[in-house]
Design a protein around this ligand. Structure first.
Ligand SMILES: *[C@@H]1O[C@H](CO)[C@@H](O)[C@H](O)[C@H]1NC(C)=O
Ligand SMILES: *[C@@H]1O[C@H](CO)[C@@H](O)[C@H](O)[C@H]1NC(C)=O
Ligand SMILES: *[C@@H]1O[C@H](CO)[C@@H](O)[C@H](O)[C@H]1NC(C)=O
Length: 290
């Protein structure tokens, strides 16, 4: 009969320690989680998902872009950056990318074939409403050779409609009319209702092979969609000297610089936009502008 007393005597301290465990646990869990998606974003006025379409083997590029976007944010927008590719083919990819997913949770794998003109953009937009656990105000498709400045991007979207919006850099290069013709694949934004429309309508489903940015413009035109359009020139452009009239020199009000194929081009962009400045002090160890 003595064990009964032992249980009764230890019961209060047992309950207390369980209680303590829960209190400590509840307090520490949200604090400890410093991943970007858990930072307080109470001031955010709208949300945007940026999907960077890239190839599974682009490990180095992804690592670099995680740095470039991991040090940027906007006080007015909740911005999630994800890497998007099609089904993995090689065993090496399956293992290495599993590690990336476990560590960064920033990868979307679509059921498609890795080829720029075989429907990857269609699969991206049409799959999102089904595979995401939430919705965003805007969804962007971006290339992996573009440098986006997230704060100016958010500022430029702030006054624009949240519905029926098609935003980007209009092609042809010389066009100043966002209805002529379509937004460049470097990086364009669709409002969520248009993302849903792409998945639901038979117009895009029937027309997925070809230059993907041009196709998106064609679908929207055929569907009589995207009455709200915004072409962000001169804030979006190709890197100086890389693409005729789509290029111009780097300017302070930049949202996107495209066609960054070489490291020296990335280097010039990072220096120009003071990406290594911290509290007014340059951390770039005396790198010189060229
Ligand atoms: C992936 O796409 C192929 C071809 O369209 C289809 O046959 C298959 O069922 C899809 N798989 C999944 C898991 O949706
Ligand atoms: C799909 O495309 C084919 C061939 O271009 C065309 O004949 C057909 O009318 C289209 N269907 C729809 C629903 O647009
Ligand atoms: C970079 O910093 C310098 C020095 O503070 C400043 O003059 C320049 O305007 C900044 N450039 C941009 C693009 O913000």
């Amino acid at each position: 009969m003595r064990w009964k007393w032992v249980v009764l005597a230890t019961l209060p301290s047992l309950i207390l320690s369980i209680l303590f465990f829960f209190i400590i646990h509840m307090k520490s869990t949200p604090m400890d989680n410093t991943a970007p998606e858990y930072r307080p974003r109470s001031q955010a006025r709208f949300s945007i998902l940026i999907g960077i379409l890239t190839r599974p083997d682009g490990y180095d590029r992804r690592h670099f872009l995680r740095l470039v976007y991991g040090i940027q944010s906007s006080p007015i927008a909740e911005i999630d950056v994800k890497f998007v590719f099609c089904n993995l083919a090689k065993d090496m990819q399956k293992v290495f990318i599993a590690l990336e997913i476990l560590r960064f949770k920033d990868i979307i794998i679509l059921n498609c074939t890795e080829n720029m003109n075989a429907g990857k953009t269609y699969t991206y937009f049409s799959s999102l409403p089904r595979i995401l656990h939430r919705q965003y105000d805007y969804v962007m498709k971006a290339d992996d050779d573009v440098f986006l400045r997230l704060a100016p991007l958010a500022l430029s979207l702030m006054p624009l409609p949240r519905n029926d919006l098609y935003y980007g850099f209009v092609i042809p290069c010389a066009s100043q009319n966002p209805f002529v013709d379509y937004m460049s694949g470097m990086g364009f934004v669709l409002s969520w209702d248009l993302v849903v429309w792409i998945g639901d309508s038979c117009i895009p489903a029937n027309d997925t092979n070809g230059p993907e940015d041009k196709l998106v413009g064609k679908w929207l035109k055929m569907g009589n969609k995207a009455k709200n359009r915004f072409s962000n020139k001169p804030a979006m452009y190709d890197y100086p000297g890389t693409n005729g009239r789509c290029s111009h020199k780097l300017i302070p009000e930049t949202v996107a610089v495209h066609r960054l194929k070489r490291w020296d081009q990335w280097l010039n962009v990072l220096i120009f936009f003071n990406m290594t400045m911290f509290n007014g002090i340059s951390l770039d160890l005396q790198a010189q502008k060229t």
